[in-house]
Design a protein around this ligand. Structure first.
Ligand code: ADP
Ligand code: ASP
Ligand code: MG
Length: 460
């Protein structure tokens, strides 16, 4: 079985869904397929925005609802034939009505918990999949939409829930064996064992596809999107970016973790375990080969494989003469951040032990510093540690590649190129795997830095 996942960009409107129909009907003639779909392009963002507005008591959430209604009614009109026996048009109407009531409720209580937010955002995929299944059926490829909340079991960590793997695998296999025709599965959404709706994190539909692939022992998992594959850098910033034909799972994980949103970092986990090759393909250009991601590190002429970046990060510098040689400082710093539920993206400590430099998301900076201040109060009061230096409005850039290992001179080349272009580097980290060098720069230098590094490593 092939598992094919189509992202929001592939189902932006009726025309795009028709193009997907071509690809799917062709694939279905070649062998068994299971499909995973995202919400239509931009719908997840709109739902989140509507939830925020409703929570603030602003009636403008109704404008977003109106827009969502008209987009979905339009695709139903264009793609679902009048004789549809599945009741798709009614189902879509009922879902839109339910969503409207839910948001009304949020606006009355002026509160939208992470749990309610997950429920609101689940409507995106629940609306797109029935329409697509009805359309495929009308084209002579019988399809049935499947609500992933019946199969993917997670914990209660709303917004980015953790999957319970073995229960999920069994549930997927059990549910999909009962499907006649092609399963059209909602990406991104899941449920707790009690049936409460959860989500797998932004871009989580990629992960859904990998979970389905693992459970069904698929021959390949294909992520269909709007670019020809994983590229050497984000094509929106680097004009000369090119498609990487082959990538190792480890490299793909590093690239996606450091911001290459073309694939969700967890997507690689089930595939690593099951040896299932992953492909990134372009719905707009199905003839292009795409990128293949496998366990092996491919041979390449370049010393690095790709460059990625994370935006809106901040640095916290914990420093002070009195830190020298105090055991347990690092453990207390990270313990405090763990209690604050702040994700530390990058760490660097100079061997002088004079300072620990941490990179966190800008949105978490305030909380991080509050918890750190509490934890380190005695040292701050006795001046053994200085007030933290906080620097927002930064970016992390990561240079990634399996070939970097044991290859001297890469850091030299990287930082000379940045220095020669007058770009200031605020912090640096290299993992001991030597597959990744990351560094922090000012936000406004992002585009320049990405291009300078790309030129330095790929233009020879
Ligand atoms: P989908 O809607 O199919 O899930 P996404 O928008 O989530 O698509 O991901 C595809 C986008 O990721 C591309 O259009 C591109 O702008 C962006 N992107 C960022 N980094 C990379 C990269 N290294 N290679 C390819 N695309 C990238
Ligand atoms: N619709 C979700 C999002 O926009 C999941 C996905 O597209 O993968 O993040
Ligand atoms: Mg995506």
């Amino acid at each position: 079985m092939r598992v094919m996942k189509f992202g929001g960009s592939s189902v932006a409107d009726a025309d795009r869904i028709r193009a997907v129909g071509e690809i799917v009907c062709q694939a279905a003639q070649e062998g068994p397929v299971a499909l995973v779909f995202s919400a239509m392009k931009g719908v997840t963002n709109s739902l989140l925005e509507a939830a925020d507005l409703a929570q603030d008591g602003q009636g403008a959430y109704r404008d977003i609802l109106r827009d969502l209604r008209s987009r979905h009614e339009q695709v139903v009109r264009e793609l679902v034939p009048p004789g549809d026996t599945g009741g798709t048009a009614d189902l879509v109407e009922n879902l839109l009505e339910e969503l409207s009531e839910l948001l009304h409720g949020v606006s009355l209580v002026r509160e939208c918990s992470p749990r309610t937010r997950d429920l609101v955002v689940s409507f995106g995929e629940r609306l797109s999949c029935p329409v697509i299944a009805a359309y495929l059926t009308s084209r002579g490829t019988p399809a049935e939409w499947v609500d992933a909340r019946e199969m993917i079991v997670t914990d209660e960590n709303h917004g980015s829930a953790l999957v319970k793997s073995s229960r999920t695998s069994q549930a997927i296999a059990g549910r999909l064996h009962g499907v006649t025709g092609i399963p059209v599965i909602t990406g991104f959404i899941a449920a707790t064992p009690q049936g409460v709706t959860t989500t797998l994190g932004r871009n989580g539909s990629d992960y859904t596809a990998a979970l389905v692939g693992a459970a069904m022992a698929a021959s390949a998992v294909e992520i269909w999107t709007d670019v020809d594959g994983v590229m050497s850098a984000d094509p929106r910033y680097v004009e000369k970016a090119f498609v990487i034909p082959d990538l190792s799972l480890q490299e793909a994980m590093e690239l996606s973790y450091f911001g290459a949103e073309v694939i969700h970092p967890y997507t690689m986990i089930p595939s690593v375990e099951r040896h299932i090759p992953l492909w990134i393909k372009n719905t707009l250009n199905p003839g292009a080969r795409g990128t293949r991601i496998t366990r092996e590190s491919p041979e390449t002429d370049h010393t690095i494989t790709g460059i990625a970046s994370i935006e809106n990060v901040a640095l916290i510098n914990v420093q002070g003469g009195g830190m020298l040689g105090i055991p347990g400082i690092a453990s207390r710093v990270f313990g405090a951040l763990a209690r604050a539920e702040v994700n530390v993206i990058m760490i660097s400590q100079a061997s002088s032990e004079h300072s620990i430099c941490l990179c966190v998301r800008e949105t978490e900076l305030h909380r991080a510093c509050e918890f750190l201040r509490q934890e380190l109060r005695p040292e701050l009061e006795s001046r053994r540690i200085e007030q933290f230096e906080e620097q927002p409005s930064l970016e992390i850039i990561a240079v990634i590649g399996a070939m970097m290992r044991g290859h001297p001179g890469i850091a030299g080349k990287l930082f000379s190129a940045l220095g020669d272009s007058g770009l200031n580097v605020l912090a640096i980290a290299q993992g001991s795997s030597e597959m990744n060098i990351s560094f922090v720069i000012n936000r406004e230098d992002r585009k320049a830095a990405l291009n300078v590094v790309h030129d330095a490593f790929f233009s020879e």
